[in-house]
Design a protein around this ligand. Structure first.
Ligand code: MF3
Ligand code: CO
Ligand code: CO
Length: 269
């Protein structure tokens, strides 16, 4: 399928859906304490999405049974909410994709429960920076491969591996559109970015081996093969005439060049 270049009306619809998906993540942030079940997080997300006349894109998507993905510790992605209770020291990713007025927004972030290990914190910090490095490569004329080239370079420099079995994707009028956004790629490879493209950047970074195995019973949960930790962040971005708009950024973290102002503030302190 060709890469869809979105018009102004489509962009506004995708922006609204993206904002809603991101807001759902902030809604569940106070639940990240010992004893919360992942089902309770799911229930809160369902209630929030329903209250805004939207739908969860994941529910019944290729048979997926829930309205979000909750991926704990060694789960790389596509963890199914259910009976597990959050425990002190857990790290988890919550991933929400909304459909609002027919438009899709897709975003995820990491949370931590109580006191996490310095190793887990470092993995989260490096993974957030990996996503931000990818967002900084988003401007018209740049090759899409540079997103993955610079993400992988930074992950490897920090002793981590990049998951290959899942990638970012075009998003907006469908859940998964072209292009694929690889988080490890050759420099200057792939299609050139153009204004009106909307896609996700969602690197999954592993402490140990890159390889992922899918749970035989539920056919969804993807875990690291070595049981080590994995982390992920995801934003939906729009390529603009001059740079990028992070459509799932509702706190004005990123400027029009895709630079995280929070990262700049931390670097300066
Ligand atoms: N939201 C995920 C993504 O970032 C996809 C989840 S598909 C599901 O692309 F079926 F597992 F929900
Ligand atoms: Co996605
Ligand atoms: Co997602």
């Amino acid at each position: 399928m060709p890469i869809l270049i979105k018009n102004a009306a489509q962009i506004e619809g995708i922006r609204r859906s993206s904002h809603l998906a991101r807001q759902a993540l902030y809604e569940v942030a106070p639940m990240m304490i010992e004893g919360t079940t992942t089902q309770a997080i799911e229930d809160k997300i369902i209630a929030f999405i329903n209250a805004h006349n939207a739908k969860a894109a994941t529910l019944n998507y290729k048979g997926y049974p829930a309205s979000c993905c909750i991926s704990l510790n060694d789960v790389v992605c596509h963890g199914i909410p259910g009976s597990p209770m959050l425990q002190n020291g857990d790290i988890l990713n919550v991933d929400v994709t909304t459909i609002l007025d027919g438009y899709f927004g897709d975003t995820s972030m990491m949370f931590s429960v109580g006191d996490i290990s310095p190793e887990a914190q470092r993995l989260i910090n490096v993974t957030k920076r990996c996503m931000d490095i990818g967002i900084e490569q988003c401007y018209p004329g740049n090759s899409i491969g540079n997103i993955g080239y610079y993400i992988a370079q930074y992950a490897h420099a920090n002793g981590y591996s990049v998951v290959h079995q899942f990638c970012g994707h075009g998003v907006g009028v469908k859940f998964h559109e072209d292009p694929e956004v690889n988080h490890e790629a050759d420099r200057n490879s792939g299609v050139k970015l153009r204004p009106g493209m909307t896609f996700t950047i969602e690197p999954m970074i592993n402490q140990g081996k890159a390889r992922v195995k899918i749970d035989k019973r539920d056919k969804w949960t993807a875990r690291t093969i070595d049981g080590k930790l994995s982390a992920q962040f995801e934003h939906t971005v729009l390529i603009t005439e001059t740079g990028v708009e992070v459509l799932t950024d509702i706190v004005h973290e990123y400027n029009a060049n895709g630079v995280s102002q929070l990262a700049l503030a931390e670097a300066a302190s």
